[in-house]
Design a protein around this ligand. Structure first.
Ligand SMILES: Cc1cc2nc3c(=O)[nH]c(=O)nc-3n(C[C@H](O)[C@H](O)[C@H](O)COP(=O)(O)OP(=O)(O)OC[C@H]3O[C@@H](n4cnc5c(N)ncnc54)[C@H](O)[C@@H]3O)c2cc1C
Ligand code: FES
Length: 278
């Protein structure tokens, strides 16, 4: 069940190009499923909570959660400067997680940058159900590549790509994805930048594979109140609606998101404003 708590920080340490933070989450960690996220209050000068995919849950301190933080702006920089014993206010677990297959089908997991973080626990759960798992780990360059060793630990095969060729295969995550899907993998899971998710969705559709994508649309409240996180999604009835990614996502079927129109309200969206004549 989702809960709000002042959580004690257990550790903050470098983890490759990013930071890994662990905080006590008794009564919260048990509810974690891969794809869930946490909304964290940062310093008093920034009232909006910051969202982070939950990387893993452990039994430390009666239940703890781990996240990966890429320090970019004030909130994330403030977070990685916290020390063990400090308290942070968290709301978790939030969102709808990845759906797991009922049959032991082969799965391919695609992570870009720190987007690999929620895929480790997903891989472990899929393999526990008998699904063979391959993971594609991609980044712009070797310096931003994250989680290759952990990916090897939890999967049957790992493919590494960098845009500039400084590590692994020179190219995009969609290059190995195409080769794998040509072999008939039906289930695709992805987390990373929106451009990567769009490309993964398009390639998956080309091969008739079902892709589930965890989006990172900017969020303000994280709990369904403010509508800042909406994106155009096609429903079962074929009608496009502006859907909140914090409550109905962050995981969506890739072929339902109108990726090229994210950030806009397409004219045929249910309830879209009528064009004005003046
Ligand atoms: C569901 C979800 C899961 C996320 N998981 C992670 C994670 O595991 N690790 C991690 O480091 N970050 C993650 N993010 C992004 C993280 O929330 C933002 O980086 C953070 O809010 C930036 O806050 P800031 O104060 O440091 O920077 P800001 O000053 O708020 O922003 C700094 C820069 O980050 C960009 N930014 C702000 N919000 C987002 C966002 N939501 N997505 C992408 N870029 C953003 C801004 O455009 C700006 O360029 C996730 C976001 C969402 C919605
Ligand atoms: S972030 Fe406020 S409604 Fe989704």
């Amino acid at each position: 069940m989702t809960a709000q708590a002042d959580a004690e920080i257990l550790s903050v340490r470098r983890d490759g190009p990013y930071w890994q933070m662990s905080f006590a989450a008794p009564g919260i960690a048990d509810g974690f499923r891969p794809g869930h996220f946490v909304a964290i209050a940062v310093d008093d000068a920034h009232i909006l909570r910051r969202a982070f995919s939950i990387r893993s849950a452990s039994t430390k301190a009666g239940g703890a959660l781990q996240i990966i933080v890429s320090p970019k702006g004030p909130g994330t920089k403030w977070l990685v400067e916290r020390r063990p014993g400090d308290l942070i206010n968290v709301i978790a677990p939030l969102g709808k997680p990845f759906r797991l297959p009922t049959e032991p089908v082969p799965c391919v997991l695609v992570g870009g940058g720190y987007g690999v973080a929620p895929l480790f626990e997903l891989a472990s759960q899929l393999r526990a159900r008998g699904c063979p798992v391959e993971i594609i780990v991609g980044a712009g360059d070797a310096q931003r590549l994250y989680g290759v060793v952990e990916a090897r630990r939890v999967s049957d095969a790992v493919h590494v790509t960098t845009d500039d060729g400084s590590a692994g295969e020179h190219g995009r995550v969609t290059d190995p994805l195409r080769r794998i899907l040509a072999g008939g993998h039906p289930a695709v899971y992805a987390c990373g930048p929106m451009g990567m998710l769009q490309a993964v969705s398009e390639v998956s559709a080309e091969f008739g594979a079902v892709a589930q994508c965890a989006v990172e649309e900017s969020m303000a409240c994280g709990i369904g109140v403010c509508m800042t996180c909406v994106l155009p999604v096609i429903g079962d009835d074929g009608v496009t609606r502006m859907v909140r990614s914090c409550t109905e996502g962050p995981v969506f079927f890739g072929d339902r998101v109108r990726w090229s129109e994210v950030g806009t309200v397409p004219a045929d969206t249910l309830g879209a404003p009528e064009p004005r004549d003046d």
